[in-house]
Unconditional design. Structure first.
Length: 457
């Protein structure tokens, strides 16, 4: 076989593998969205499903990824990652709960751990990767040797995809079981699969049965037929959706849309003449992003007029004021929001930021108290550590300022700076104290991250 032909075949093979790996990109390659109201709702939506799966709700994380694609996946441990695009596409909470149930099926099935059996070095394929888009390249030139190699390549790819389709089918059935165990109707799950099928058709893809060879998932139409039979036999099929969960979902969906979508699209989805809570929520965040202070405050005040003790409306009002340079005015709504949520760490972090932003040293003691409480509950909170570091630095406690900086740098992907700060903190802190031990731990984590990066490069 000519060298040029071998190179061409190798290039096509690499392209195929690259497309597979693109479909399994890990969460680390994308940004995580954190919001107190959204996290509380996702946890409440998932809790009955997690218990039905035989797991503990406190041990399963729901992580929201800032990605407009319609996707969800598990990538190691007990964590379900949900793309913001999936929330935007879903019409109701039951549709998202159907997705969560499916992903829990991957966790309980050990599919992340066992995925190396199907393709080493690849993470778990996500539930909603609609079309893999991989087709074996036709062997050129009619050369027999090249044809044999191409056939072998195709067979290997077929085994890999069959393996992942088997996992997806198992997760579908496990998810149906968990929905039933939680007393939740499978109507939402079926509706979402129909949505996927429509997305396939809108993209110009009409699958036939042979196309399953090149897919990581069973065809949507096949999944719909299989699951409809299972769901319709379940006692929960006719159960109505939880009205409170649904109300909160519509709020959360609008909030995310207002925060992420282009402003002109927000006004199309939630026009000015609509005065519902979701519409005002979406417009408030959208206008705040546009720095339209008066309009964003007006929307926040309209929301608070309906629910003056809603902690998330108070958080919104405080955030608008703080980011408009009115830190002193932001303190009251944020202090109330912290109190009403029992010191929710993300809201407490925003409050701590506002206290420091007043540039009044009299607020430092309160800021330190609320920020330390925030990191005690949520250590993976780089903004809280950053604000704590400011407090320590301003009062001259440089060892703890360096330790707080090490925490921040480690969480924001800068292990070299984290190592330098951790070593400096360890050298200055009293030996054997909790902070000294923490500095050692961060240094070890940073060295490990640096070594892993060196090996990748």
């Amino acid at each position: 076989m000519p060298v040029s032909a071998l190179r061409s075949l190798l290039a096509r093979t690499i392209c195929i593998l690259a497309l597979v790996l693109m479909s399994v990109r890990p969460a680390a390659a994308q940004s995580i969205l954190r919001d107190a109201e959204t996290e509380a709702l996702l946890n409440d939506m998932a809790a009955p499903l997690i218990r039905a799966a035989g797991l503990e709700p406190g041990n399963v994380d729901l992580v929201l990824i800032n990605d407009g694609s319609v996707n969800a996946f598990v990538a190691g441990g007990q964590a379900v990652h949900i793309h913001s695009g999936l929330i935007a596409e879903a019409d109701n909470a039951l549709e998202v709960q159907g997705v969560i149930a499916h992903e829990l099926g991957h966790i309980t099935g050990g599919h992340v751990i066992g995925f190396g059996d199907g393709a080493k070095a690849a993470g778990n394929i996500s539930i909603l990767s609609l079309i893999l888009g991989v087709a074996a390249a036709a062997a050129g030139g009619g050369e027999a040797a090249m044809g044999v190699i191409a056939a072998g390549q195709q067979a290997a790819m077929g085994k890999f995809l069959a393996f992942t389709r088997g996992q997806e089918s198992a997760a579908d059935l496990a998810g149906a079981k968990y929905l039933a165990g939680a007393g939740l109707s499978g109507r939402g799950s079926l509706d979402f699969f129909r949505k996927l099928q429509n997305l396939e058709h809108r993209s110009g893809y009409y699958a036939d049965s042979n196309d399953t060879f090149y897919r990581t998932h069973p065809l949507s139409r096949d999944r719909i037929e299989t699951l409809r039979t299972v769901y319709e036999r379940d006692d929960a099929w006719d159960e109505p959706a939880d009205p409170d969960i649904e109300r909160r979902f519509q709020r959360m969906k609008a909030k995310l849309y207002g925060y992420l979508a282009p402003p002109e699209q927000v006004l199309i989805a939630y026009p000015e003449y609509v005065d519902t809570v979701p519409a005002r929520y979406a417009r408030a965040y959208s206008r705040h992003r546009q720095a339209l202070f008066d309009k964003s405050v007006a929307e926040a005040d309209a929301l608070l007029s309906q629910a003056p003790d809603d902690p998330y409306f108070l958080e919104l009002k405080g955030q608008i004021l703080l980011e408009a340079g009115q830190a002193e005015e932001a303190l009251d709504p944020l202090r109330r929001a912290v109190s009403l949520t029992g010191n929710q760490p993300l809201i407490a972090t925003l409050f701590g930021h506002a206290l420091l932003a007043t540039e009044d040293a009299a607020h430092h003691a309160e800021a330190e108290r609320v920020l330390r409480a925030a990191v005690a509950v949520d250590r993976l909170n780089p903004q809280a550590w950053y604000q704590l570091g400011r407090i320590y630095a301003e009062r001259g406690d440089l060892p703890r300022a360096r330790l707080a900086s090490a925490e921040t740098k480690m969480m924001t992907g800068d292990p070299m700076s984290a190592l330098q700060n951790a070593q400096a903190a360890e050298a200055a802190l009293p030996t054997g104290t909790p902070d000294w031990l923490r500095a050692q731990d961060i240094a070890l984590q940073a060295r490990d991250a640096i070594e892993r990066k060196r090996k990748r490069d």
